[in-house]
Design a protein around this ligand. Structure first.
Ligand code: NAP
Length: 263
């Protein structure tokens, strides 16, 4: 049995991970973390009344008392870096879905994971369909360097652009000729109208209630267009990627960024 803990267990993603881990036959949920816990055990919550899993308010205490092999983190951009560092320093595997990491932070955590010989994974998107969208976009960009990314999320999301959009832009930039798109003299009459600039391509962030996580990668060339779209209609779409990462990171001795690298 793989001993798993969930950080941010009351959140939209964290609660889905708790349900998933409880249902997996080869996993044991040994602890959960909340930054301001109001319960001592998840059994106090009606949905989990039949379970017996301690709730911690301190990650250090959780790691040294519950001894998880893997900790899944879906918290906030402000806390995920410190959480991930602490998990790896302790020698446990970090499986992180929280978005908003900088390139420098990912590099530093990778060095730390290598020094500790610990497998970990940070993935801005755990949905297999979203990973395929990014991989296909990387291929298309070799032929269609004019591209705009439109990401659409629920209006409770804290960071913009989404981690998936940034990762898509990074992957596209491996094959795309670096050109500045649009008219050379274009001017925004309303600031932000053309979106964020990533090496000359544009990223647009839509935030609306009712949405979960969606993205369109729109390519244009003379006389033709190609649009790749992925939709997560339900948070269950991320769970097969999370359980795969919990299992696969046991075989790694470094930190991997992106689910595509373990598929
Ligand atoms: P959410 O519903 O706001 O959940 C975050 C949870 O973490 C809340 O319960 C929050 O508590 C708790 N929390 C905040 N700081 C904490 C800390 N220091 N320690 C422990 N718990 C803490 O957000 P969400 O929609 O689940 O999203 C969480 C993150 O996952 C976001 O960064 C989002 O972009 C990302 N995400 C990633 C994927 C993917 O596939 N990688 C998919 C969807 C979302 P309070 O509410 O009390 O502050």
């Amino acid at each position: 049995m793989i001993k798993v803990a969930v950080s941010g267990f009351k959140g939209r993603m964290g609660s889905e991970v708790v349900r998933t881990v409880l249902a997996e036959k080869d996993m044991e949920l040994v602890a959960v973390l909340d930054h301001e816990p109001t319960e001592k055990n998840i059994a106090e919550l009606p949905e989990f009344h039949a379970e017996n899993v301690p709730v911690y308010g301190d990650l250090g205490q959780l790691l040294s008392e519950a001894h998880p092999e893997a900790v899944v983190d879906f918290t906030t951009p402000a806390s995920a870096y410190q959480n991930t560092k602490k998990i790896i320093e302790h020698g446990a595997r970090a499986i992180v879905g929280t978005t908003g990491f900088t390139t420098e932070q990912i590099e530093e955590l990778t060095h730390l994971a290598e020094a500790k010989q610990t497998g970990s994974l940070i993935a801005p998107n755990f949905a297999v369909g979203a990973v395929l969208m990014m991989q296909f976009a990387e291929k298309v960009a070799a032929y269609f360097p004019n591209v705009e990314i439109i990401e659409l999320h629920h209006d409770r999301k804290l960071d913009a652009p989404s981690g998936t959009a940034v990762k898509t832009a990074e992957m596209i930039s491996k094959t795309r000729e670096k050109i500045k798109q649009g008219h050379p003299d274009e001017k925004e009459t309303l600031p932000g109208a053309r979106g964020a600039d990533y090496e000359g391509m544009r990223i647009h962030s839509v935030r609306l209630p009712g949405l979960i996580a969606h993205q369109e990668v729109v390519f244009g060339a003379a006389g033709q267009g190609l649009t790749i779209r992925h939709d997560s209609y339900d948070r269950v779409s991320f769970m097969s990627g999370v359980t795969l990462a919990i299992r696969k990171t046991a075989e790694l001795k470094t930190l991997i960024y992106g689910l595509e690298n373990i598929l």
